[in-house]
Write a protein that binds this ligand. Structure first.
Ligand code: FES
Length: 171
């Protein structure tokens, strides 16, 4: 950029404003390698920070729920059968299973892989997800085959006076 005042191309007069407010048109669209690297680095840092915040909030801020909810009478759930219910909210489908040996367990019905509904598989004595053949153990809700890697959240059940209550759910 020179300090020389250039004349107007149409009238020939020298225009002071051109030197007061110089505009370098070629430089406006030029992005240097350094600026590009800076932009990519900052963008990546923002993405990493956002992922950390999401991971932190889902891991530590989500808490299980404690509330007592009547599911039904014990006779509604004989050995080798299951019962579907929603706990703690109407948006949380769960499954309770009474195994052949009389053990009562309950888990979230939402598969930890891609959220399909798991079902009780009597023949294998486990919980089965038909979407990608995921299987979960009835003892712990732990994945035993297929793509799921995380256990199903457990729902604590209590049986009192011939009635079944849900009392707590893991996050
Ligand atoms: S959604 Fe359950 S195994 Fe994929």
């Amino acid at each position: 950029m020179t300090d020389e005042i250039k004349p107007c191309q149409s009238c020939g007069k020298k225009e002071q404003w051109r030197s007061d407010f110089p505009v370098e048109w070629e430089g406006d669209n030029y992005v240097s390698r350094r600026e590009m690297v800076k932009f990519l680095t900052l963008g990546s840092m923002v993405m990493v920070a956002a992922n950390w915040i999401m991971a932190f909030s889902s891991r530590f801020l989500r808490r299980g729920s404690k509330k007592v909810q009547l599911l039904g009478s014990s006779s509604d759930l004989p050995a080798n059968s299951y019962m579907l219910f929603r706990y703690p909210t109407a948006q949380d489908p769960c499954i309770a299973v009474r195994t052949a040996d009389g053990k009562l367990v309950a888990y979230s019905q939402v598969c930890t892989h891609l959220s399909c509904a798991v079902v009780y598989n009597k023949s294998e004595n486990d919980l089965f997800c038909p979407c990608h053949n995921g299987r979960f153990s009835l003892d712990q809700g732990a994945p035993i085959s297929g793509p799921p890697t995380r256990a199903l959240p457990r729902v604590t059940l209590e049986e009192r006076n011939g009635r079944i209550y849900a009392t707590e759910r893991e996050a």
